[in-house]
Design a protein around this ligand. Structure first.
Ligand code: ATP
Ligand code: MG
Length: 557
């Protein structure tokens, strides 16, 4: 017989190649995904700094856009007490405002000491106060024009003079027929310089008209008009840095624009973004340790890796299922192959015996009575064997297709068993069969099918026991509403690994006893019949000790 593996090509190499392929594809995907994630984090490191800047300068924007213009909303003009209150709220809310100079100014058409004069328009300081966090809560008077000892020094006066000149220029050309536009507002009344913002009270249109008249019309001494001007000294280092991306930026600081890290390879990733407005000499400086960023890369990569793993496991599962399918196919092929082998063998023996007997009869010139009886018996027996074999195959096909019908009748179990034992002892003289029937006499069932089950189990018990120990004990008893048949032999037993397969069609355990006359259909047939009769069959077996089959059928009388 040709070895089976040479005939059926399982092609497990395909599965192995598939596994190698998906594993290397997966490794590639991991590598690529990790690199992309790390590139992505690097890009984020470079781009998200704008977010941090926006968050950080938010209080400044609030200060610039909302708080400073409040000065113009005061009805009338500020005095030093009102200014002090106003500045207090600023100090409380905006940490980066360090010092404020308040110029309480006057405008008139007569000369004002320490002021500037354009045509008849004069603008000069009445008093100058200084407010600061580190100075004292109270304002400090820097200058007062009615005190002869008070000096309007250049350092204090510089900012005032610049603004006053700008304002005079504006009055000189102001179109009083039109409202102030935003550009004028910003360029005339604001001055933004490094770490400093100066703001001058924005006068109403009528006031501008009056100032223009002062400048160009010769009039007697006019009243004194008030004007407020404030210079805010800002410290960018006091801006509160809002790290809106702590996962990307380990350290953020405010550094002068010219700052450069001294270390070449610091193990840090760095980036910066210049601040604007009065802080334009400074920049936000970002740095993160490479290990710190790696952690972020890892945490972003984890879900991707999990996804890749899932895909990988699904693919491996598919590979496994293909492998299992191939295995099942190969087993089926083996079963089929065995079956055909056995069946041809089973058919061949009686056929060749019949052929020899036929030849002998034909070639004999005369047959003695003894020879006639001898050949007749052989032909009869071999035909029976063929018939039996075909019947088994037919009935199996029928039971599988549910094409048989139960023909139940009341069976006297005592008689049924005795007949069975008698015929087997006649067939196998050395076979020791005993039947023990408890608490039950009659059983309503199909005697042919029940007989078939008995025959198969008795045949097996005989076949799979050593010649000197062919013993079978059958116990029949009623348990509740079921009838139990136990067949216990002292045969070779069935290995554990084969037990779950022996009820499968064509399955045979390879051993010395089933080389001849076994197809592997007996137990499968029994199991089908019992299922058909709504019963169950179970087995207990110990190799070398023996086997017990237990059949339970619904009890009917
Ligand atoms: P068939 O019954 O079709 O002639 P078979 O006896 O080989 O062939 P089954 O009756 O289905 O097939 O049994 C399946 C296998 O189970 C057998 O090959 C045999 O190895 C094992 N077996 C069945 N009954 C016993 C038993 N009583 N003791 C030990 N092994 C058994
Ligand atoms: Mg059998």
């Amino acid at each position: 017989m040709q070895e089976y593996q040479y005939i059926y090509r399982k092609n497990f190499t395909l599965v192995v190649i598939f596994l190698i392929l998906i594993t290397s594809a997966m490794a590639g995907a991991f590598f690529l995904a990790y690199n992309l994630t790390s590139k992505y984090v690097e890009n984020e490191f470079a781009s998200q700094k704008i977010d941090v800047l926006e968050e950080t300068v938010k209080p400044y924007n609030d200060f610039f856009q909302n708080k400073i213009p409040e000065i113009s909303f005061y009805q009338g003009y500020l005095d030093s007490a009102q200014t002090s209150k106003y500045i207090d709220t600023i100090f409380r809310k905006f940490r980066f405002v360090e010092r404020v100079i308040f110029y309480d100014a006057e405008i008139s058409n007569h000369k004002i000491p320490d002021g500037i004069r354009v045509n008849n328009f004069s603008m000069g300081p009445k008093s100058v106060y200084q407010f600061g966090r580190d100075i004292s809560r109270d304002s400090i008077l820097l200058y007062k024009n009615d005190r002869p000892d008070s000096l309007f020094i250049l350092k204090t006066g510089d900012e005032f003079n610049k603004m006053a000149i700008k304002f005079s220029g504006f009055i000189e050309l102001a179109d009083t027929a039109q409202a102030l536009n935003d550009d004028d507002r910003f360029s005339v009344f604001y001055s933004i310089r490094s770490n400093r913002i100066t703001f001058m009270n924005i006068p109403r249109r009528e006031e501008i008209k009056v100032y223009k008249d002062l400048m160009y019309k010769k009039r007697p001494s006019s009243p004194v008009y008030e004007m407020d001007m404030l210079t805010f000294y800002l410290n960018p280092l006091k801006l509160e840095i809002i790290n809106s991306h702590p996962e990307l930026y380990q350290y953020i600081s405010i550094k002068p624009l010219v700052y450069e890290s001294l270390e070449n390879d610091s193990g840090f990733m760095e980036n910066d973004l210049p601040l604007s407005g009065p802080f334009s000499d400074y920049k936000l400086y970002f740095s993160s340790g490479k290990d710190f960023l790696r952690k972020e890369v890892n945490s972003r990569f984890r879900p991707i890796a999990a996804g890749l793993f899932i895909i990988y496991f699904v693919l491996v599962l598919i590979a496994y299922l293909i492998f299992r399918n191939l295995n099942i196919n190969s087993k089926l092929f083996k079963l089929q192959y065995d079956f055909i082998n056995n069946l041809t063998h089973e058919f061949k023996t009686p056929v060749s015996v019949i052929k020899i007997a036929g030849n002998n009869i034909r070639s004999a010139s005369k047959l003695s009575d003894r020879e006639r009886i001898h050949y007749g018996k052989i032909l009869d027996e071999e035909a029976d064997k063929l018939n039996d074999l075909m019947n088994r195959l037919l009935s199996f096909a029928q039971i599988e297709n549910k094409a048989i019908k139960l023909k139940p009748e009341s069976i006297n179990l005592e008689v049924f068993c005795q007949n069975m034992i008698d015929s087997y002892q006649l067939k196998y003289p050395g076979f020791d069969i005993e039947c023990d029937i408890k608490d039950v006499e009659y059983f309503n069932s199909d005697p042919v099918l029940l007989g078939s089950i008995f025959q198969n189990l008795i045949d097996n018990a005989f076949k799979y026991s050593s010649p000197d120990n062919k013993v079978l004990r059958i116990i029949i008893q009623k348990v509740k509403n079921r009838i139990v048949f136990k067949f216990s032999d002292q045969g070779i037993g069935i290995p554990e690994k084969d037990i779950r397969n022996i009820f499968k069609k064509f399955y045979r355990v390879q051993n010395q006893y089933n080389q001849q006359g076994s197809v592997g259909l007996g137990l499968a047939f029994c199991a089908e019949l019992i299922k058909f009769m709504n019963g169950t069959i179970t087995i207990k077996s110990v190799v070398g000790k023996g086997t017990e089959f237990r059949i339970e059928l619904p009890y009917e009388i």
